[in-house]
Design a protein around this ligand. Sequence first.
Ligand code: SF4
Length: 273
Amino acid sequence: MFPVPNSLSPSRVQSFLSCPMAFRFASIEKLPEPPSVHTTRGSLVHRALELLFMLEPSARTNAAAQLSLDTAFAEYQTNAEYTELGLTEAQSRVFFGESSSLVDAYFAIEDPTSIREIGLELRLEAAVGGLTLRGIIDRLELDADGELVVTDYKTGRAPSAKYEQSSLSGVHFYSFLCHAVLGRRPSKIRLMYLKSGDIIELAPTEQSVRAVVTRTTAVWKAVEKACLKNDFQPRTSGLCNSCTFKTWCPAFGGDPSKAAAEIPRPLATVAAS
Ligand code: SF4
């Protein structure tokens, strides 16, 4: 039996739906996962765009964005998310170059001088029953009519039509949080794929906001049941190839009960626990 978590975020909901066993390792047992180049690059580019939007609108040039990236990269030199990648100097240059291209590509999608942002990396949380739902909105802005717009930057590929709906489930979560915390439903939610220049937009409805509560409550009940019965099933997929916990996964002959003892934890985590 595991303790039942009392909060959920869009990524945790998605993680449980993708593979309950991986969710158990990462979110219930809180076993560390090494950072990946892909996720760290995404975090770095998000930080650079956050710094860009902290400037006056007229100062948000491409050159300023590259300076913001320099600042963000300097911050990351002491961030475990970057240092644990263990990049060589040459790999680090490639990493920075790819990040710079993503920041550059952003300017082909929109003009940042025209954006009226009212929140950056905005942390919102709302209670639903005994559960806290929380999420971080990359950028919240007002459109020309004064309506709320949520923008979510994506540094990976845009999903195929088949997976488009599941990629939108997280942003529906944001519209619920805006409604619950700010008392207003956004008129639009935008997923901005920097690499390809694709934008997926949707207009949340009262029904879509209600559906977030229904869906998340159902996932939380399933999490609760899995915790109480210690019954987290593995769900194999293409994600298994990059899964940190594959060695301990029963779907691959592993013993999940050994993971906590065998996965080394960073010293800071050990000291705090
Ligand atoms: S290896 Fe696959 S099935 Fe096993 S925990 Fe990881 S993602 Fe889940």
